[in-house]
Design a binder for this molecule. Structure first.
Ligand SMILES: O=C(O)CC1=NCN=C1
Ligand SMILES: [Zn+2]
Length: 426
């Protein structure tokens, strides 16, 4: 009975397998998406057992009985999309900042006035664990409906041990109860809270001596992230925090050179971070230091769009020097209040100058590498999770080209259809 095929998805007009090297895709590899015409995928127990042309797959499964057949009606199928950088769990909203921005206030000016992150910290501290859960679940439902099957979720709006643990418990509960898999990142080093204003070294000690050890003990995060930015954490403080996190076994991420060229990219290379994020102001030296150390560049085009910046992350330069690029929404209530990974794909093309193929690589296999999960997700090949999306399109370029709408037809998570013809069914 164990040779029964649970699900065969067939009549796939364009099947993008994203097969290729097991390393993060760089340079020309980012354009090689391994597309197949008239494709099929065979699945048992949520795992892909055969993938390729319909002929190849049918030959491989032979006479084995098939429980469910799903006709993809000639549509486009890709691996489940992966959002590797989100501030998913938080309280409150910051639409008040729109008027401030339109009057010309910058992100850091709003932050300096006690707005920005600090206003979300106040809302998150006041919110109950259940309120945070309900709010984050709605966003996760939206991400799923846009084709995201795995996402990363950072803490960083609590800034006390108890409130950081509260956020991280919400991520853990969502990961257990929601179809979308979540990878958890501790980001207590998001901002020095008001009660530690002017005493940042004491807050750094609190992070290193109290928060990191407790998060580790409770197994509530795989990664540690730091906002290395002017007026937030200096390069020295960022290094202090990330070295301590590394010593405790956390993977390292860093919000680097978002607004000012602080040298965060160089630090990412020096510490061997798994990824560095934003990089709008990163210098050539910084990008080269990252490339030499195998750091993945996570670009966040919805953030630079929302901050009305004149320049965006230099993705073309990154691809030229062989730096693997991933894309993400940076979903958060201030600098990027959107769950739409499809908008990010469009902005990846229009503002970062990436091709549709490079953009899809950046939100599948390279995004999987950025959260350390490329051995199980990010491409459609035998042995990997059957996370995949059927789009209302028959080719890849149509997705970023036709922007501002949701192109998802159906989403499968570990071989189970969770979104069908635009409706949530599990
Ligand atoms: O503004 C926020 O809430 C999130 C953010 N952290 C670093 N940049 C943006
Ligand atoms: Zn961020």
């Amino acid at each position: 009975e164990n040779n029964r095929i649970d699900l065969l998805i067939h009549n796939i007009g364009t099947l993008i397998t994203m097969q290729g090297t097991q390393e993060p895709r760089r340079g020309d590899e980012m354009s090689e998406v391994a597309a197949v015409r008239r494709g099929a995928v065979a699945i048992i127990d949520g795992i892909i057992v055969a993938v390729g042309t319909e002929e190849e797959v049918l030959a491989q499964i032979g006479e084995r009985p098939i429980t469910h057949k799903h006709d993809a009606e000639g549509k486009l199928v890709t691996p489940g999309l992966i959002d590797p950088h989100t501030h998913l769990v938080h309280g409150g909203t910051r639409e008040n900042e729109l008027a401030l921005k339109l009057k010309g206030a910058s992100y850091l000016e709003i932050l300096a006035q006690g707005g920005g992150i600090l206003s979300t910290v106040r809302s998150t501290r006041q919110a109950s664990e259940d309120e945070l859960y309900v709010k984050a679940k709605k966003s996760l439902d939206t991400m799923l409906s846009y084709g995201v099957t795995t996402a990363e979720a950072k803490s960083g709006y609590g800034l006390t041990l108890e409130d950081e643990l509260k956020q991280l418990r919400v991520t853990r509960k969502l990961n257990q109860e929601h179809p979308v898999d979540l990878v958890s990142t501790f980001m207590g080093a998001h901002m020095v809270p008001e009660e530690y204003k002017g005493r940042s070294q004491e807050f750094v000690q609190l992070l290193i001596e109290e928060m990191l050890p407790e998060v580790k003990r409770q197994g509530l995060a795989e990664f540690c992230d730091v906002f290395c930015e002017h007026g937030v954490f200096s390069v020295e403080e960022s290094e202090q925090i990330l070295l301590a996190a590394k010593a405790m076994g956390f993977g390292l991420k860093i919000h680097a050179d978002e607004i000012e060229p602080m040298g965060g990219a160089q630090l990412a290379g020096k510490l061997g971070c798994i990824s560095a994020e934003h990089l709008l102001a990163a210098s050539d030296e910084g990008l080269e230091a990252m490339q030499r150390a195998g750091v993945i560049a996570v670009c966040l085009p919805a953030t630079s769009f929302n901050l009305r910046l004149k320049h965006h992350a230099r993705a073309r330069r990154m691809i030229e020097i062989g730096l693997p690029v991933a894309l993400s929404t940076d979903y958060n209530p201030g600098s990027s209040p959107t769950e739409s990974i499809q908008l990010v794909m469009t902005l990846g093309c229009l503002n970062l100058g990436m091709s549709p193929e490079e953009v899809l690589t950046a939100v599948t296999i390279n995004a999987a590498h950025a959260i350390g999960k490329a051995d199980t997700i990010g491409s459609l090949e035998a042995g990997k999770q059957a996370d995949l999306v059927i789009f209302n399109a028959d080719n890849l370029a149509y997705l970023p080209y036709h922007f501002g709408i949701n192109h998802v037809h159906s989403v499968f998570k570990q071989g189970k259809m969770v979104v069908s013809d635009g409706n949530r069914i599990h």
